[in-house]
Design a protein around this ligand. Structure first.
Ligand code: NDP
Length: 311
């Protein structure tokens, strides 16, 4: 079996796969082109187009992350090769930590205290009961469910939204356009953990942001394309003047890295992180990758990515 690996952590993945599969040839994507030819599998994150285009005998592509938007958007992707993506694989816990931090940031008024500090303002803010701080989770997939569960365990009422109807313990699950409108009207903070697909692009547009209650907050560790960034800036207000929304914690952007001149960088009520919410933890993900390889080789049924759904 020949596997070509492309990720920021290619050395570590090469070592881990070689150890787990001693009979396999595991190459990094910077190996000579001749050696890379005829690979059975690509195990990749943000693969360059030439790596996808040059292969002729692929049995499968393993996406070393949860989001497949980059891979599906590549014109060089061989359309007939099945793709599998990582499901949770340790990312759920990391994402839950990130989202919990974001919700607490607004719930415990850390945004207000940060703004008060330069003026040496000693002004405590009321702490409302968690029951009065419902949180909406858009996207109830492998990672979204881990986030919803962590928020529930932390004591927040949780509303969730997905494409298909779901039943999850202690989560009010909604779907469809009406379900989204209902959710937005009821939550203090909304978290977007959806994939970037044609159907989810700018799902939080001006109209939907306006459905959030005055003083609502947005946490987006999903994908930049989920939010209309101009509409978000408008809803946040400018300078000292708070708009309809109170603030946002953003990990992902329509263009990454977020350009230095982008107004989001300078906005006083926006907290920016550089797409770091849930990097794939190799130690958790390796077993899943190995089981995908075994399943491909054995011809077992595998849940593959549906390119027409976009996730
Ligand atoms: P999954 O594919 O497991 O789940 C996706 C969820 O989104 C499902 O609940 C799905 O609904 C829902 N969904 C998809 N399309 C729609 C739609 N049109 N309307 C309503 N709901 C929809 O994904 P994960 O949970 O594993 O990951 C989610 C996303 O998180 C990734 O695609 C990626 O973009 C992002 N991510 C970001 C990271 C970071 O570091 N910032 C790290 C990891 C992931 P249904 O259940 O009905 O299919």
């Amino acid at each position: 079996m020949k596997i070509v690996v492309h990720t920021d952590q290619a050395d570590q993945w090469q070592a881990a796969l070689s150890e787990a599969l001693p009979e396999a040839t595991v190459l990094k994507s910077d190996a000579p082109a001749q050696e890379r030819q005829g690979a059975d599998y690509l195990a990749v994150w943000k693969a360059p187009g030439h790596l996808l285009a040059e292969q002729r005998a692929l049995k499968g592509i393993i996406n070393l992350g949860a989001g497949v938007d980059h891979l599906l958007a590549s014109p060089e992707r061989p359309a007939d090769v099945p793709i599998v993506k990582l499901r949770d694989a340790g990312m759920g816990e990391l994402m839950a930590d990130y989202v919990l931090y974001g919700v607490l940031h607004f719930y415990r008024s850390m945004d207000r205290y940060s703004a008060q500090q330069p003026g040496a303002q000693w002004q405590p803010h009321e702490v409302v009961e968690k029951a009065q701080w419902p949180v909406g989770v858009l996207g109830l997939g492998a990672i979204g469910q881990a986030v919803a569960s962590a928020l529930d365990q932390a004591g927040f009422p949780v509303l969730g939204w997905s494409r298909s109807p779901k039943t999850l313990k202690n989560v009010r699950c909604l779907h469809g356009e009406a379900g989204l409108d209902e959710l937005l009207g009821q939550v203090q903070s909304v978290v977007t953990i959806l994939p970037d697909t044609p159907a989810t692009r700018h799902i939080l547009n001006a109209e939907r942001l306006a459905r959030l209650p005055k003083g609502g907050s947005v946490i987006n560790p999903g994908r930049g394309g989920l939010i209309d960034e101009d509409a978000l800036l408008e809803a946040l207000g400018s300078g000292e003047q708070e708009g309809h929304l109170r603030g946002a914690l953003l990990d992902v952007f329509s263009e990454e890295p977020l350009p230095a001149a982008h107004p989001l960088w300078q906005h006083p009520r926006v907290l920016i992180t550089p797409h770091m919410a849930a990097p794939t933890p190799l130690a958790d993900a390796i077993d899943q990758v190995i089981s995908y390889l075994h399943a491909f080789e054995a011809g077992d049924a595998i849940a593959t990515v549906n390119p027409s759904d976009g996730y």
